[in-house]
Design a protein around this ligand. Sequence first.
Ligand SMILES: *Cc1c(COP(=O)(O)O)cnc(C)c1O
Length: 422
Amino acid sequence: MNFQNTLQYAQELDKEDPLRSYRKEFLFPKVNGKKVIYFTGNSLGLQPKKAKEYVDEVMTDWAELAVEGHFQGKKAWWDYHERFSAKLAPIVGAKPEEVTVMNTLTVNLHLLMVSFYRPTSKRFKIIMEEKAFPSDQYMIASQVRFHGLDPKEVIVEVKKREGEHHFRTEDILQMIEEVGEECALVLMGGVNYYNGQVLDMKTITKAGKEIGAFVGWDLAHAAGNIELKLHDWGVDFAAWCSYKYMNSGPGNASGCFIHEQYHNRKDIPRLEGWWGHNKERRFLMEPEFQPEPTAHAWQISNAPILALAPYLASLELFEEVEMPALIQKRDKIVAYLEFILQEVAKEVGGDFEIITPKERGTQLSVFLHGQGKDLFNYLMKNGVITDWREPNVIRLAPAPFYCSFEDIYEFGQVLKGYFGKE
Ligand SMILES: *Cc1c(COP(=O)(O)O)cnc(C)c1O
């Protein structure tokens, strides 16, 4: 692509963008009366306009129907969560019955580890990546201690090589081979939150399965961002939050994938509750638990309808647009961002080292040699919302649903302004 660093060129790209009309489906914060340039869709996606309508609908049903809303609501509450499965399945590459929505991400990873981490004296190790998202580190270590084991003896971390910013697939595969029959579980982030790297989930899953381990993925930064084929890759389980690329609202519900081979299996334990009980018999209040024959068996409590409503609104946009179109725009807009960064670096004599490898989704992580948090603050003040990670990295994620090519061009201008000011 022969990109150009001009406003006119960026506007041309916007005109050709098949997704351009979706920008107006989202609400943008404003700085100095202008819509911000929002590069933190990897942290909290923007609010879809439709979200409020969906929440209002629940509020109205609650006001007008009260308890009858469980069955008489415009979208009945008793099986509200089931509406998500068919919409999420194509986003993560699953069968609808393999997907459910419940709780929040770290909670779900805990629940899934109850099912899929059952250490024995011979097979007890867990392979993960170094410097995983802190919640994942705490979650895994606490699970290990819960089993009476020592995290230092159980958790094996794949490391980046000296001087490199990304993980090498070959190093992960070698680690899997080395740990071999002692490995109970491989559990990693499908897209690394820090450097934006997309791991080769297909190959790693296959290798983990070959040594007889379970393989699970934290897809917080992957769901709604990259192509996923969880079923075909033979992934055992996965979970993701919905408030990042999926635009469902702060702290909102998590999605779970549980491969169909584990449905209806008595040898796979679960922590159970009434919402996982056979739906036809749920309200008979019987003493014996009868699991749903799907991923819904992992449900525990009745669903938080007010929280789920905006997620459902957001998923309807995904249903209209579908992942391939998002991915196509993503690749182009991220490539344009990379180009603009390079152009600005040349003009101002700056050094912006992109540490995200070519296996990437929406996010570019940029190492700012010498530029401290000042730059981040300057961008903020000038209406560019980015994300700062210690010690010296900004993360830029122009979500294809609502970011424009003009945003990218304007970002370059603001960035130049910072250096001009110096
Ligand atoms: C965002 C994120 C989380 C957040 O977990 P919550 O339980 O939703 O607070 C967990 N893991 C990863 C990898 C993340 O990126």
